[in-house]
Design a protein around this ligand. Sequence first.
Ligand code: B16
Ligand code: MG
Length: 218
Amino acid sequence: MIKLAIFDMDGVLTETSHYHYLAWKALADDLGIVIDEAFNEELKGVSRKESLIRILEHGNQLNKCSEDEIGRLMTQKNDHYRQLIEAVTPNDLFEGVIEIFQLLKKNNIRIAVGSASRNAPFLIERLGIKSYIDYVVDPSQVRGKPEPDIFLDAAAFFNLSSEDCIGIEDAKAGVEAINSAGMLSIGIGDAEVLKDADYAYNSTKDSYSYFETLTLVR
Ligand code: B16
Ligand code: MG
């Protein structure tokens, strides 16, 4: 029986993944590196540092970048991203999120956020969903997606085993992380990108039907 639902943030609860893309695109432009939305698909769910490394590799610039320069570029991207998300309000929450949270609460299923983003606590505040969230994984303490650690950390916090948990993700790296944690994976977004997910839905709102079936069997 499912006792814990672990939600990714960017691309599952709100559309901040587009803001990540805009901030990376501006940085890449500055560096003379061309990236597009297709390339960005490979950055979704991936940590800030690993994303930057992939962009620099893509532009053949990784070997000319010192650790200091990498740190400076990460700060530049994050400062821009923080400006973009400053104006986020509860209206930016994806449709269906509150209804899913309410359904889970009613059925005593815990809710965790398992985001790779160090900005997740800020966004949880801005989106006004703090009262629903039982636990937020600190991504600075564990290995990033596609490693399973973010999801395993949430399960461990509640002393649960993987078969008691589900993970909800919009990114290829995220679905891989859930699957290697041995949990049931729910993909949100492009079915082709999320082909390894146990269940896939076009949008968070569409996944409500899955959460209903989960609570019916209780
Ligand atoms: P930050 P998620 C991920 O969040 C994003 O998908 C990814 O694009 C970003 O690089 C990563 O967080 C780190 O974010 O720079 O804010 O720490 O999708 O796992 O919620
Ligand atoms: Mg995501």
